[in-house]
Design a protein around this ligand. Structure first.
Ligand code: PLP
Length: 451
């Protein structure tokens, strides 16, 4: 009978029939299907065919304490049973929400005093943008509205997040950026250094901020935003001179500094926050991924005392918030995640041991002709692919070479990410030396095979 012979659709078929994926070419997905990931354990994930992959990208730079942490699941379970949800809008809070805010502020250091919770990094960036404008209005300077960001930065996918971001392909699709957001150059020395030494280039790129402020008029500028280390743009570690000069300029013109630490926050660089690594004193710090290691969707803006005080004294109602701001179950997951990070001293281990080991292993790839440069900070790394190393000639289709390397790695059971012609690595903090060696040996084999 016909219906007995009908084959049940696979999960991949069901998925592509009904699920629209983020940043995906839907036509390609329909033709090629998707891989169904069914399990995770430490730094490994398993797909529906039982194949095991070493995930050198921690999901999406987020599963920092590794997969399969029962302690976090138990904390969320217990919270769901006692109080699954309550809002934080009308003069109420919940225990995990309050405790998490206190805990984050302690880690963030003395300048930071408050936390505003959101569900995603994009929303965190939307949030501080509105807060920065409210701050200046409360200070009697309502014209200070413009935010300066950087080309090739990534700050999320909401309309404001994508506008703050400097990704041209995102702007082109959405008539972006929205008014009031402008972009300056990025500190991408390898590709844009133009023969300068890294330190000279770092100063030059930072001074673009000063030029832009003067062009716009300091009285119209609210804030400057950047990732301490550009992530999605290619794990671009700025020259040493870059951040001190940016800091000097922000102070000189009294511009608020917003750091987007959605990737770098909670230990990835070997410091709790990237701004601590670079000695910055931001007014806003967006965090997400590493806050709960991806076990629950939760994000936040950490806010400086001066901004929080201005809001308390002169700001009136902040007309902004999300139903799930400070969701108790997500907050419980984040607290359990922070317990693990602290108890196992995972950030200290990156600083003392894993970071230097990872950097040395990654830099060993520099002997290959296809590798233009490697960059590493903490457990964040990138490999710049080049057509001609001596001439610094890049591939004519940078995204193609990146995808080829990524796909070859996948065939060898290694998950990495490509951003144009840079291969990005961000393994979980529980990675071992041996597993780092496997990542680098696999990458080496792939890079040798494709040339
Ligand atoms: N900011 C940075 C630096 C990010 O890397 C990301 C996501 O990768 C975001 C913001 C957006 O976060 P979300 O995807 O949670 O909205």
């Amino acid at each position: 009978m016909e219906f007995q012979n009908r084959k049940e659709p696979s999960l991949s078929e069901i998925d592509v029939a009904h699920h629209l994926h983020p940043f995906a070419n839907t036509k390609e997905y329909r033709e090629q299907g998707v891989r169904v990931i069914t399990g995770g354990d430490g730094v490994y994930v398993i797909d529906s065919s039982g194949r095991r992959y070493l995930d050198a990208f921690a999901g999406l730079w987020c599963v920092n304490v590794g997969y399969g942490r029962r302690e976090i699941a138990d904390a969320v379970h217990a919270q769901m049973i006692s109080l699954a949800y309550y809002n934080t809008f009308f003069g109420t809070t919940t225990e995990p929400t309050a405790r998490l805010a206190e805990r984050i502020v302690k880690l963030a250091g003395p300048d930071m005093s408050h936390v505003f919770f959101t569900n995603s990094g994009s929303e965190a960036n939307d949030t501080w943008l509105r807060m920065a404008r409210l701050y200046w209005t409360s200070k009697g300077m309502p014209n200070r509205k413009i935010v300066i960001s950087r080309q090739n930065s990534y700050h999320g996918s909401t309309i404001a997040g994508a506008s703050l971001g400097g990704m041209r392909h995102m702007h082109e699709q959405g008539d972006l950026p929205i008014p009031g957001i402008v972009h300056i150059g990025q500190p991408y020395w390898y590709a844009e250094g133009g023969g300068l030494m890294p330190d000279q280039f770092g100063i030059l790129r930072a001074r673009e901020l000063e030029e832009k402020i003067l062009e716009l008029g300091p009285e119209n500028v609210a804030a400057f935003v950047a990732e301490p280390v550009q992530g999605t743009g290619g794990v671009i570690v700025p020259p040493e001179t870059y951040w001190p000069e940016i800091l000097r300029i922000c102070r000189k013109y009294d511009i608020l500094l917003a750091v987007d630490e959605v990737i770098t926050g909670f230990g990835r660089t070997g410091s709790w926050f990237g701004y601590q690594h670079y000695g910055l004193r931001p007014d806003f710090c967006s965090v997400a991924k590493g806050l709960s290691s991806g076990y629950q969707p939760i994000a936040a803006v950490i806010v400086s005392g001066r901004v929080a005080d201005a809001m308390a004294h002169e700001g009136g109602v902040f007309q902004h918030g999300f139903t799930y701001s400070g969701h108790p179950c997500a907050a419980a997951a984040a607290l359990a995640n922070l317990n693990i990070l602290e108890r196992e001293d995972l950030v200290g281990k990156i600083q003392r041991d894993l970071g230097p080991y990872f950097a040395k292993a990654l830099h060993s790839l520099n002997d290959l002709a296809i590798v233009g440069e490697t960059q590493a900070i903490g457990l964040l790394g990138s490999v710049q692919l080049v057509l001609d190393k001596n001439k610094r000639l890049r591939f004519s289709k940078p995204s193609d070479i990146g995808m080829i390397v990524r796909n070859f790695c996948m065939e060898r059971d290694l998950i990495v990410r490509a951003s144009q012609d840079r291969i990005l690595l961000a393994p979980a903090f529980v990675i071992t030396h041996e597993q780092i060696d496997t990542i680098i040996a696999t990458l080496r084999a792939v890079l040798i095979e494709i040339v």
